[in-house]
Design a protein around this ligand. Structure first.
Ligand code: TYD
Length: 394
């Protein structure tokens, strides 16, 4: 693998490593550099953080915290159900709090979730959940215990795992010969177009293009038959893949996605170098805008204690001097401090408070949902701030 580094986001903490008061002294930081593999066009971190540091029994991210995502997983479950025979055997890798599997019956649905807190929740709901990291050993154990799967699903999980040959090989192993492997992750094309460099953090070992996934899946005897462009998570791709020798027919979305990515130049290092220049400019612009709010006597808060905002705040040196506090609906994050920058996180007390005029959108990907909820803030002249695709008041 020839990895060419094109972006340096400095030292970063664990993106979901929310801290209690008194826990800030020995915080773990790592150098976050991003590279292009010029053989496969995979965009990947130069060095990976050990999975155990990120995914453990105190993992804080809950998939079901937004209505948008609950609806999203309900819809895709209905769509997939229509492609499968009745009572399909379904496996979800990275089942989190069960936001996807809750749409399927408990009898033949299985889950893999290394974070013990969430594995317990879904086990308690009746879904057999393997609280282990996904790899070939686990896939062998699952085949031995319950057989092969008609559907393997994963959302925002495949891009978390450093070794893709092992990961996809394990999927090929557990998937029935006519089975479907459907997975969704943030789209590299969207990230480049939106300058949303905050998609890059410890957990996102890779940011996938369809170009790279085609190469990685072919290594394990699989092929892509369909690509859906999704709006969730700031722009994602849902990939439908099958065994090379299955009877599934590829539809035109695959060649369309591949030619679009070639047009964008996702197979060329220069494109990534230009992206890196835009990222550096975005940092300066955001710092300037936030300081001007502060210098004019305004309080600024942030909406959503996201992994994405961990990258932004640490890369742009934004701490509690610039952001007074972050609001977030996730109980596991409330009362804690943001990773690296130690900004307090609070429970939203109804609407954004009256003394706040400016609010950075840490969860810019939920802009519509948040704007609806906070219409009173906007009506009284409050303004949201975002950095996508350029730093601006919304
Ligand atoms: P997400 O964008 O999925 O985060 P990540 O970058 O970590 O993948 O998470 C959105 C976060 O914002 C999540 O912690 C829940 C929170 N949130 C609110 O607090 N209020 C809201 O109205 C919405 C939609 C999300």
């Amino acid at each position: 693998m020839t990895k060419e580094t094109f972006l340096d986001l400095g030292f970063q903490p664990i993106a979901n490593g929310f801290l209690k008061e008194g826990e800030t002294d020995n915080e773990f930081f790592f150098p976050l550099e991003v590279a292009l593999d010029e053989d496969t066009f995979l965009v990947t971190q130069k060095e990976y953080v050990s999975p155990e540091k990120m995914f453990n029994d105190t993992y804080a991210y809950r998939g079901s915290m937004s209505k948008t995502m609950v609806e999203h997983f309900k819809n895709i479950s209905m769509t997939l159900g229509a492609y499968l025979d009745p009572n399909p055997k379904v496996l979800e890798i990275g089942s989190n709090d069960g936001v996807f599997i809750k749409n399927w019956g408990t009898e033949t649905t299985y889950a893999v979730e290394p974070c013990g807190n969430f594995a317990k929740e879904t086990n308690d709901l009746g879904y057999k959940t393997y609280s282990r990291f996904w790899n070939k050993d686990l896939s062998n154990d699952i085949v031995a215990e319950v057989g092969t799967m008609d559907l393997v699903f994963a959302a925002n999980c495949m891009c978390h795992i450093p070794d893709l040959e092992e990961t996809f090989g394990a999927v090929a192993n557990v998937l029935d010969k006519e089975g479907l492997f459907v997975f969704e992750d943030p789209s590299l094309a969207k990230m480049i177009n939106l300058n949303s460099y905050d998609q890059i953090y410890d957990e996102h070992a890779h940011i996938f293009s369809v170009l790279a996934l085609k190469n990685e899946l072919e290594k394990v005897g699989m092929r892509i038959i369909r690509v859906d462009e999704l709006s969730v998570h700031g722009g994602s791709n849902r990939i439908w893949a099958v065994h090379q020798d299955s009877s599934w027919v590829e539809n035109s979305s695959v060649s369309q996605a591949l030619s679009f990515e070639r047009l964008l130049g996702l197979d060329m290092l220069e494109v990534y170098d230009r992206f890196s220049t835009r990222v550096a400019q975005s940092k300066l612009d955001l710092q300037t805008l936030l300081w001007s709010c502060k210098d004019n006597g305004h309080k600024v808060i942030s909406y959503g204690a996201t992994s994405k905002s961990t990258t932004i705040f640490n890369y742009c040196d934004i701490d509690s001097e610039l952001i007074d506090y972050i609001v977030d609906t996730t109980p596991e994050k409330q009362g804690k401090l943001s990773p690296g920058t130690h900004i307090p996180i609070t429970k939203p007390l109804g609407l954004i408070e009256d003394d706040i005029n400016y609010c950075f959108l840490g969860a810019w990907n939920f802009m519509d949902e948040i704007s609806k909820k906070e219409s009173a803030f906007l009506e009284r002249g409050g303004r949201f701030i975002t950095h996508v695709p350029i730093v601006r008041f919304v």
